[in-house]
Design a binder for this molecule. Structure first.
Ligand code: HEM
Length: 497
């Protein structure tokens, strides 16, 4: 153990000798932060925090920002890497609006390289031709308004399936309780994963499925691997085991003329011309789309349900809105979403207060620059704090209170889930911002709308309220939310599986 620490230190010192850190004449100071040790920076402090205090890195960063009373912090790691974190919307806008063209790259790290098969896909790719190319494919072909309309029937099948699945679960337990116990985390995550599998591959399950329309062991394995993908090699193997044969099979079908019609996103990726995408590019991009689609929507819906179950007045208000806009004689559809402002405000409040990740993915400046009067060296990792912005008391009144109302400015002003002013982060903004705003907003709102319209929700009789505690390492609920669902619409409206 000691010898490996010594080896690491020697490597760090050698590296430091090769690339010394210099401000190269920039007259501005670095943002405030802990004093770095020569060559090692703050690595020791970080390791002590992580291993001895057993604290996730983001909590250490939050404590440092409090200690230095600063909305922009710099932590130097090793000889030359600067980690910059931000909790002020004004400074965030300077990074992502005013200087968007500079903060446009991503870090090159092993985990990203593995997931993206050598930076072939959009999220992880550093600034350059490959990123431009994949981003263009996403914007123009996969996530455009036209493609969104084209895929609506597939999304509809999956939201219908959501209702039949919950009904089947309730029926199975009919003798046990009045209504049925539903694990909302499992339902939400599987909904997002099955929906994306449907959009990409035209099928909803990798395996056979089980009676009652549920996901089988294959779906569970694939989904768990998507969530653990950052732990990485093994998870990637599992994902590729399910996805790659479908891509390879589809390539052959097109080559042999056995398929002639573009009916899902995989076909759309294969139809790209000038230049054509390689199978490896397609496989890497699909994995990334799957990851991008599952975590944020399912987490927001689980938190929204937990918060609303604890404050039934909020749940009642969302139900009333659905009854007013849609009524009880048909199911809510995507065309209704623009009028469901209260429901969207509930989701937006979850993105603000309970983001899935504490920090935005790093943006890397492609040259030295100055932001808010501070020197930001080329190659820094700039991370907006999703938690810090969303809970900033200078921006949000009583920031820890779950209060959807704060997003309803006036009646006619429709609530949008995006966040161009960076007072909170949902999809982020600028050239590196999320290209999936339309799809992500639709998936999240439909999932919550169908759950709230289709069922009345409560807690098991032995539970008085949901424990709204975050898990220690992440920001999801520490324990998956399990609630009792009872159908609330006429029987004939629930789709049969
Ligand atoms: C509620 C759902 C979603 C949320 C909250 C969300 C949020 C985000 C955020 C915060 C980023 C980082 C932006 C930045 O670095 O500044 C991002 C990037 C990205 N998202 Fe989403 N996302 C969602 C759904 C989706 C969907 C459905 C897709 C596509 C199917 C998608 C594709 C991407 C891609 C490709 C990027 C990387 C863009 C780039 O680096 O150029 N996201 N998303």
């Amino acid at each position: 153990m000691i010898s490996s620490i010594i080896i690491v230190l020697v490597i760090v010192l050698l590296f430091a000798a090769i690339c010394p850190s210099k401000k190269q004449g920039n007259p501005h100071p670095l943002p405030p932060g802990p004093t770095p040790l020569p060559y090692m920076g703050c690595i020791i402090q970080m390791l002590v925090n992580q291993h001895l205090l057993n604290q996730p890195i983001f909590k250490w960063i939050e404590k440092l920002m409090d200690k230095f009373k600063t909305p922009i912090l710099c932590i130097k790691l090793g000889p030359s890497l600067h980690i910059i974190t931000v909790t002020s919307p004004e400074i965030a806008c300077e990074f992502f609006h005013t200087q968007d063209d500079i903060f446009i790259s991503r870090p090159e790290v092993l985990s990203a390289e593995l997931v993206s098969d050598g930076y072939l896909s959009a999220i992880m790719a550093p600034f350059g031709d490959q990123w431009r190319r994949m981003r263009k494919v996403l914007h123009k072909n996969l996530l455009s308004s036209q493609s969104h309309r084209w895929l609506e029937p597939k999304r509809n099948e999956e939201v219908d399936h959501l209702l039949s699945y919950i009904c089947n679960q309730i029926e199975k337990q009919d003798n046990v309780v009045d209504g049925g116990l539903i694990n909302i985390r499992i339902v939400s995550r599987h909904f997002c994963a099955n929906l994306m599998t449907k959009l990409v591959f035209g099928i909803r399950l990798f395996g056979e499925g089980i009676e009652g329309g549920g996901s089988d062991v294959e779906e569970g394995e694939h989904l768990t691997a998507l969530f653990t993908i950052l732990k990485i090699r093994k998870a990637l193997e599992i994902i590729r085991k399910y996805q790659d044969p479908l891509v390879d099979g589809r390539v052959q079908m097109w080559n042999k003329g056995a398929r002639t019609e573009t009916s899902d996103l995989l076909d759309a990726l294969l139809a790209q011309d000038n230049p054509k995408l390689t199978p490896n590019e397609i496989k890497a991009q699909i994995i990334e789309l799957m990851i991008a689609t599952i975590d944020n929507p399912s987490n927001a819906v689980e938190w929204a349900m937990a918060e609303m179950i604890n404050q039934p007045v909020l749940l009642e208000r969302a139900v009333k809105e659905l009854d007013r806009v849609v009524g009880r004689n048909r199911l809510v559809e995507e065309r209704d979403l623009s009028q469901l402002n209260y429901l969207k405000a509930c989701i937006k409040e979850c993105f603000r207060l309970h983001p899935f990740a504490p920090l935005n993915p790093p943006h890397v400046p492609i040259k030295d620059t100055t932001v808010a009067g501070y020197f930001i060296p080329k190659g820094s990792h700039v991370m907006l704090s999703r938690r810090g912005l969303g809970r900033n008391p200078d921006v949000w009144e009583d920031p820890l209170r779950f209060d959807p109302e704060r997003h309803l400015t006036w009646e006619e002003n429709p609530v949008v889930l995006s966040d161009d002013d960076l007072t909170m982060i949902s999809f982020s903004t600028g050239k590196r911002g999320c290209p999936g705003v339309m799809l992500g907003s639709t998936i999240t709102t439909m999932l919550l709308a169908r759950m709230v319209q289709g069922f009345s929700w409560g807690l098991p009789s032995n539970v008085s309220s949901v424990d709204l505690v975050e898990s220690n390492a992440e920001l999801c609920l520490a324990k998956p939310l399990v609630a009792v669902a009872k159908p609330r619409l006429p029987h004939h409206l629930y789709p049969e599986d």
